[in-house]
Design a protein around this ligand. Structure first.
Ligand code: NAP
Length: 299
């Protein structure tokens, strides 16, 4: 339980509603800012105006999936009011407080570092990334279906990258009966992909493998789907780039060649906000509980 734990939650989207629900269930004292436009109740959480005094006595500060932008602004879909996080706010936090976010921009990292406050980026964690790969793959599949006139079954799909997202993406496509080529750079990934019934190849040889691809899913967060690769794709191909902004595709050239190329960021929050919220909520509540226990034991 989180009885007596003070949590301040600033901004965010529908995913945060699951986080608030879970924290209330665990009996934390939750104060929220950036939900004034929401017309449903928040299960016992207290609404507050964004103000420096809110930061005093807080045990855990929760920020949205992308903590702040490069200027410190906190995105809040349920509010029109501005919230800008500054060093003065962070300085008010007790030294034992932890700041949690999905992923942090350098602005937030620097603020926390300067004030010696622990920052946890949840999307960096393997467990969260693997759970998140499920709604990501489902969202990518939805986009693929919407943007093609063929079935996934029987199509030739290519997945670039065999990490947490690529692995799930490849398996999901295989489950629907696609022929799945997987681009890897490590020999152990090559071996695993082969064992799982995919057609693996090394990304250094990508050019030789794109000639018959219907759907290309990229998860490599660097420029891999270059103009040269796109020039060799069949004109019917659709590229769905899942890597974080700006993706790994030469979108300008794809457009010039008339190949549909879509950058698809933040799919879990778009296609399954409830599930994505639960993934964050479960991990977050466990981490806060662990921190609370450590503090209680004087660690
Ligand atoms: P990950 O587990 O680190 O996987 C990335 C994969 O790319 C790894 O297999 C890595 O190979 C490979 N890779 C990296 N650089 C490469 C290069 N230069 N050449 C060949 N392969 C390379 O990351 P992830 O969690 O799957 O996430 C992948 C991307 O998707 C990230 O940008 C993440 O932010 C994004 N993402 C997007 C969504 C969405 O909704 N669109 C959702 C979740 C994640 P090694 O294993 O050898 O390093």
């Amino acid at each position: 339980m989180l009885t007596g734990v003070q949590v301040l939650l600033l901004g965010g989207d529908a995913r945060q509603l699951e986080v608030i629900r879970k924290l209330n269930e665990l009996d934390a004292s939750v104060t929220v800012c950036g939900f004034d436009g929401l017309h449903t109740s928040l299960d016992g959480a207290v609404h507050a105006e964004f103000d420096e005094t809110l930061f005093e006595g807080v045990d855990a500060l929760l920020l949205p999936a992308v903590g702040t932008d490069d200027q410190g602004n906190i995105h809040a879909v349920f509010s029109d009011r501005e919230m800008k996080l500054t060093g003065e706010h962070i300085a008010k936090l007790p030294q034992h407080c932890t700041v949690y976010t999905g992923m942090a921009k350098p602005y937030l990292r620097k603020l926390c570092e300067e004030k010696g406050i622990k920052l946890v980026e949840l999307f960096d964690r393997d467990d969260v990334a693997i759970y998140n790969s499920i709604p990501t793959a489902e969202g990518a599949l939805m986009m693929a279906i919407q943007n093609t006139d063929i079935t996934i079954h029987g199509s030739v799909c290519m997945v670039l990258g065999f990490g947490r997202t690529g692995f799930t993406m490849a398996r999901t496509l295989q489950g629907l009966g696609a022929k799945v080529k997987v681009g890897v750079r490590r020999s152990e990934h090559f071996a695993r992909a082969l064992e799982m019934g995919f057609e693996p190849f090394y990304t250094t040889n990508l050019l030789q493998h794109v000639g018959n691809v219907d759907l290309l899913f990229n998860t490599i967060p660097t420029m891999v789907v270059t103009a040269q690769i796109i020039a060799n794709l069949p004109s019917r191909s659709v590229i769905i780039d899942l890597a974080s902004n700006p993706g790994g595709t030469d979108f300008r050239f794809a457009e010039k060649r008339g190949i549909k190329a879509l950058l698809a960021p933040g799919l879990p929050g778009i296609v399954a906000p409830k599930t994505a919220g639960r993934i964050i909520a479960d991990c977050l509540s466990q981490l806060i509980m662990d921190e609370t226990m450590k503090r209680g034991n004087g660690v």
